[in-house]
Design a protein around this ligand. Structure first.
Ligand code: ARG
Length: 260
């Protein structure tokens, strides 16, 4: 995670970002600290990346890399405003003992567009990550990549429209995907939790699951009951200030899937 010490909305690279709307930086910091403390109180270790004053979107740490079995696929950002974040993430991994670190050739925005299930690597495309990054990820991780087309600019990253709950169990918002990609999701995940517009629109799918607890935007109330029915414990989190940059719980959280 990366503290939002320099968070602001001064440019707009997704429909959620409105530079004319004020951001309460102190509240953003408090909300972010609540999320971090929630992870630690659940027994998870949180590593912090040093924020850079020139990179206001750095708080969305999920975009900086994808880690599977200790192998690190670095990011390459689509927008120049975020280019420099990629190097900061790579440097962190290299200085923390990760030896399998791949600097990508093609644009991929880390876990913004890559989601790891028990069997597959789900990969979004359409707004940010290049379709060419899918093959690059498949070669690097040796996991089958399932490419999914995103079609609604409000759901510009895969993690705004789909969340892995555990193993091959997911929740997602069907209208964010092209008809063919929806058919793929139905085929692979016939028992998925399907989100409705009010919950998806509150970025309710931008959630993090540890297989038991699901931390998600608290406004996505419609997802709580379906999650409980499947044995998960939903935990509502208020990240209203960070929503102004187009991200929530998952965007702020990059998962370190170390080799076991
Ligand atoms: N303002 C950031 C951007 O548009 C938000 C990134 C959100 N991160 C995410 N994992 N969806 O790039």
């Amino acid at each position: 995670m990366c503290p939002p010490a320099h968070f602001k909305v001064t440019y707009s690279i997704n429909p959620w970002m409105d530079p004319t709307k004020p951001v309460d930086l102190r509240l953003a910091v408090t909300q972010w600290e609540d999320l971090r403390d929630r992870y630690t109180s659940l027994g998870h270790t949180v590593e912090e990346l040093e924020p850079d004053p020139g990179l206001p979107d750095m708080v969305y740490a999920a975009n900086g890399a994808t880690v599977v079995d200790g192998r690190v696929l670095g990011a390459r950002f689509a927008h120049p405003e975020r280019h420099a974040e990629a190097a900061a993430h790579l440097a962190w991994f290299r200085s923390h003992g990760y030896t399998e670190v791949h600097e990508p050739e093609h644009i991929n925005e880390g876990e913004g567009d890559f989601a790891v299930t028990g069997s597959w690597l789900l990969a979004g495309r359409g707004f940010r990550s290049s379709p060419l990054s899918h093959n690059e990820a498949q070669e690097f991780f040796g996991r089958p990549v399932i490419g999914l087309n995103l079609v609604d600019p409000r759901y510009y990253h895969l993690d705004t429209a789909l969340c892995v709950l555990g193993g091959d169990e997911i929740m997602y918002y069907p209208p964010a995907f092209s008809p063919g990609s929806r058919a793929v999701l139905e085929r692979l995940f016939p028992d998925a939790v399907l989100a409705e517009e009010p919950d998806a629109g509150a970025l309710g799918l931008n959630a993090v699951s540890d297989g038991l607890h699901v931390l998600l935007p608290q406004a996505a109330v419609g997802l709580f009951e379906p999650l409980r029915e499947r044995g998960y414990e939903p935990i509502g989190i208020d990240l209203s200030e960070l929503l102004k940059g187009g991200g929530s719980v998952k965007c702020c959280t990059q998962e370190l899937r170390d080799a076991v």
